[in-house]
Design a protein. Structure first.
Length: 274
């Protein structure tokens, strides 16, 4: 058999070396995954605790995640899962915070600190729903997408209902007051939009929703006004007058009232007197 040319043999050799290099690089992630191989659970936990105390949350997360993965039934497993929620929160990873809290609550519903996990879950949603410009009063948060704020409202209500004696319940209650008003105002923005578009029945329903779902909010007076105007648009003056009387009893100085006469904003026609 004739020997291969030198150039061909060199090309074959280079290809073989390239394949070997590729195999070596493919093994790199496995080596990285074994970063904590052989490290005892207690050592990992102590390193995580030290990192948390020093504010090195990324380092703490790597150790806590390693405990959660390698020692799911270990002596520090539950505490590591709980502290992982806090570490995620401190890094501003709201989605990871809520996911970790959900998992902890699902796995340990009777844990003595389950209220803490639920509180952090609510705080993460609270933070996700906040906007930096709100503090400067340049925007109204109630006009924005309030999905995260609704999650926070649900979490804080659940905390208060399930753990009324929790040390976190008072703070949750204060946040609920704020969220209740924000969510109610959001519904009123929608009702106002419906009034301007002539969708009077939808406006009435939004006003009723505010009164039923957020009866303690400051927006209930405006919700009554929305209902009065919506009923006027539907030419249901008797129903409008019934709601008007409730508005007068509860908010006699409402801006759309002139004594006992209601002044509509968007519905054409004469005013309504009680």
């Amino acid at each position: 058999m004739r020997a291969l040319p030198i150039a061909t043999r060199l090309a074959a050799l280079l290809m073989a070396l390239t394949l070997l290099a590729g195999c070596a690089s493919n093994g790199a992630p496995e080596e990285e995954a074994d970063e904590f191989a052989g490290v005892a659970e207690r050592e990992l936990y102590e390193e995580a605790r030290e990192a948390l105390e020093d504010g090195r949350y990324t380092t703490a997360i790597s150790r806590l995640e390693a405990i959660d993965t390698r020692f799911p039934f270990g002596n520090h497993a539950e505490q590591a899962q709980l502290e992982l929620i806090y570490a995620y929160y401190e890094t501003g990873d709201w989605e990871a915070t809520r996911a970790a809290a959900n998992r902890f609550i699902r796995l340990h519903p009777s844990h003595p600190r389950a209220d803490y996990a639920l509180y952090l879950r609510g705080l993460a949603a609270w933070q996700a729903g906040r906007f930096s410009l709100e503090r400067l009063r340049l925007i109204d948060i109630s006009k924005r997408d309030l999905g995260a704020s609704r999650d926070a409202y649900t979490d804080f209500r659940e905390l208060i209902n399930r753990y009324p004696d929790s040390e976190y319940a008072p703070d949750a209650e204060q946040r609920l007051v704020y969220l209740r008003n924000v969510l109610a105002r959001h519904e009123l923005h929608v009702a106002d939009f419906y009034l301007r578009k002539g969708a009077y029945l939808a406006a009435v329903e939004r006003g009723r929703w505010v009164i039923e779902k957020y009866p303690e909010s400051q927006a209930t007076r405006d919700a009554l006004a929305m209902m009065v105007e919506g009923y006027l648009g539907l030419d249901m003056r008797d129903r409008a007058r019934e709601v008007l009387n409730v508005l007068i009893d509860n908010a006699p100085r409402h801006e759309q009232l002139r004594g006992r006469t209601f002044q509509p904003r968007h519905v054409d026609g004469e005013s309504l007197s009680a």
